[in-house]
Design a protein around this ligand. Structure first.
Ligand SMILES: Nc1ncnc2c1ncn2[C@@H]1O[C@H](COP(=O)(O)OP(=O)(O)OP(=O)(O)O)[C@@H](O)[C@H]1O
Ligand SMILES: [Mg+2]
Length: 438
């Protein structure tokens, strides 16, 4: 065993494992040189050889690249400098260490070799053990560098994964903040609505009382008018016969009463809506038709504004177990989207309920004849902040929020749409108990 053999054993760290395909390539046009170098290295390395620069390049490109190349300079057709240059230009081969082994021993030759990217330069005639030691050192360095690169790239991958996780967390936090702001706005709005509705109710009561007393007084005045005013005078004072004037007056009282009652109901419902928004939602057995009805109370003005063709079709459906207010909010979001999608009042919106016996669910379908959703947007509409309504203040959280609420109530929200024809949004909820049996 030579001193170098001993060095290999003691100096080979376990992490510098050699792969089964690793080899050292000798490139020389003189078979004698190949033999001598091969014998020098064959105990420690797998050795292959090429007899010209062109053969060497072909071999390297077509199979596994070598761990190191021992390269002669003076060869016919393509000299060693050109081979080295070609290797260093190619990203796939530029990392392979090259040692020139040559009879050209002038400093400028050596300098040129190093300039071209060689890691070492051995002049002939050479000492075999020293060449073996140099090859060993450079191969070890290369293996070490390869492992370092692998390690760094695995660290980079981990960093990238972590970065992705952080981005996701940041998006989630951002979304939660927005939802919180939304909830806070709703609660502030609720308090304001509650105050305003109190004021309005006071005023409404005042109007109602005044209208009632006016009506009472009017009833007392009628006989006097009838006694004292004949038809000619009536034409003069009221522009019409007394009878018609009396009817009109009575109708006006009815209209005042009805209007005032409507104001009262709307204010009550508004107050109730915001009160429920702030409540903790409990799951109860509910009739989806009722939820639709109450959602439509709020939506009535928006619907009136966007279509002259609105229809609700209720089917007798089983109860579902669901948070009333959450379902109401989902219906409001989806009907609002349908209203926004219409291009003119002749386009229709239909809301209908169906009992889907095949999978025992209750379906709420909101169908519009609006612009439709282009295929490329279909997968995005569930994403937070995806909106095509930036110019009209869309926030792009309506569907995302609705989807969450429907899922929370064990249901499913789906869309089918055709661009230019319209959209059907379907909420499916598990049917719970038949009405009348529960
Ligand atoms: N019925 C529909 N017809 C056509 N496009 C629709 C319909 N419903 C939803 N979209 C598309 O999906 C997008 C996302 O809807 P989403 O309700 O989440 O947000 P938005 O309506 O834009 O804003 P907001 O948060 O105020 O509801 C809309 O901007 C629109 O492009
Ligand atoms: Mg919306």
């Amino acid at each position: 065993m030579s001193i170098f053999d001993k060095d290999i054993e003691s100096n080979s760290p376990p992490y510098l494992d050699r792969g089964a395909d690793d080899y050292v390539l000798i490139v020389d046009d003189d078979p004698m040189n190949i033999r001598v170098l091969g014998n020098t290295l064959k105990e420690e390395f797998q050795v292959r050889f090429a007899k010209s620069g062109i053969e060497a390049l072909e071999m390297i490109r077509l199979s596994v690249p070598p761990e190191l190349i021992l390269l002669d300079i003076m060869m016919p057709e393509m000299d060693g400098y050109n081979v080295c240059e070609a290797l260093k230009k190619d990203v796939r081969t530029k990392h392979i260490p090259v040692i020139f082994v040559t009879a050209r021993d002038k400093p400028e030759d050596q300098y040129r070799g190093f300039l071209l990217g060689a890691v070492d330069y051995v002049t002939k005639p050479f000492n075999q053990e020293i060449v073996a030691a140099r090859v060993r050192a450079h191969v070890a360095l290369k293996r070490y560098r390869d492992q370092l690169e692998n390690h760094i790239s695995s660290i980079n991958m981990k960093l990238l994964d972590r970065q992705r996780e952080l981005d996701q967390q940041r998006d989630e936090t951002h979304m939660m903040e927005n939802l919180l702001t939304h909830a806070q706005k709703m609660s502030a709005l609720g308090a304001m609505v509650s105050e305003i509705s109190h004021e309005i109710k006071n005023l409404v009561n005042y109007v109602m009382l005044s209208a009632n007393s006016l009506e009472g007084m009017w009833e007392k005045v009628i006989p006097l008018i009838e006694q004292r005013v004949d038809d000619d005078e009536a034409d003069l004072y009221f522009n019409q016969p007394v009878e018609r004037f009396k009817r009109k007056f009575a109708k006006s009282f009815d209209a005042i009463n009805e209007g005032v009652h409507r104001i009262k109901t709307i204010v009550e419902e508004l107050k109730e809506y915001y009160r429920k928004q702030g409540e903790i939602q409990t799951h109860e057995y509910i009739d989806v038709n009722k939820v639709i009805e109450s959602a439509l109370t709020f939506l009535a003005p928006a619907i009136r504004e966007s279509t002259g063709n609105f229809q609700v079709v209720y089917e007798e459906t089983p109860y579902v177990k669901c948070a009333y207010q959450e379902l109401e909010q989902v219906i409001v979001n989806l009907v609002q989207n349908a209203c926004h999608a219409l291009e003119g009042p002749q386009q229709s919106i239909q809301v209908r309920t169906v009992r889907q016996k095949n999978d025992d669910t209750v379906g709420i379908l909101i169908k519009d004849e609006g612009v439709g959703i282009p295929d490329e947007n279909m997968s995005k509409i569930f994403d937070p902040y995806f909106t095509t309504k930036t110019d009209t203040g869309g926030t792009g959280i309506g569907i995302m929020l609705s989807n969450r609420l429907v899922k929370k109530n064990k249901g499913k929200l789906s869309f089918s749409s055709e661009e230019g024809k319209g959209t059907i949004a379907t909420i499916s909820l598990p049917a719970f108990i038949n009405k009348g049996s529960g």
